[in-house]
Design a protein around this ligand. Structure first.
Ligand code: RTP
Ligand code: MG
Length: 138
């Protein structure tokens, strides 16, 4: 158990569907603290760096196209076990496995347009926070 920071991002589909408030509210209600947030259009460079672990997957090009297709809402949240708890609150990647009550389970039906990204480990969180919020956090 430890206080952690995690990187969460509402993807272009979530921004278009106007679920920013709902998503932010869920993390506030859970007891996490918002440490940074910004609406921005990601460059291909940052999107490719963000998803570098998937560079050799067949869906990589489409994934980068999608993430750069419109504004995203990038956030850093802090709290006890924030990394794993946020992943649980997001729901599973596969729509068939994402439970009602989770963000994906409530809002998404496809594996590609799935509303939200969240860091999957302490190493990913550190890397992603540096990538998206370099030197910007108080
Ligand atoms: P994310 O990184 O976006 O938070 O999603 P995740 O951890 O739940 O899933 P990950 O395995 O990291 O995959 C990253 C994103 O790639 C898309 N994807 N498409 N067509 C496919 O089989 C496939 N598999 C993954 C998803 O949009 C996923 O969020
Ligand atoms: Mg991932």
């Amino acid at each position: 158990m430890a206080v952690e920071k995690t990187f969460l991002m509402i993807k272009p589909d979530g921004v278009k569907r106007q679920v920013i408030g709902d998503v932010v509210n869920r993390f506030e209600r859970r007891g996490f603290e918002l440490k940074g947030a910004k609406l921005m259009v990601a460059t291909r460079e940052i999107a490719e760096a963000h998803y570098a672990e998937h560079a050799d997957k067949p869906f990589f090009g489409e994934l980068v196209d999608f993430i750069t297709s419109g504004p995203v809402f990038a956030m850093v949240w802090e709290g006890e076990s924030a990394i794993s708890l946020a992943r649980t609150m997001m729901g599973a990647t596969k729509p068939a496995d994402s439970q009602p009550g989770t963000i994906r389970g409530d809002f998404a039906t496809t594996i590609s347009e799935n509303i939200i990204h969240g860091s999957d480990s302490a190493e990913s969180a550190e890397r992603e926070i540096s990538l998206w919020f370099a030197g910007e956090l108080a």
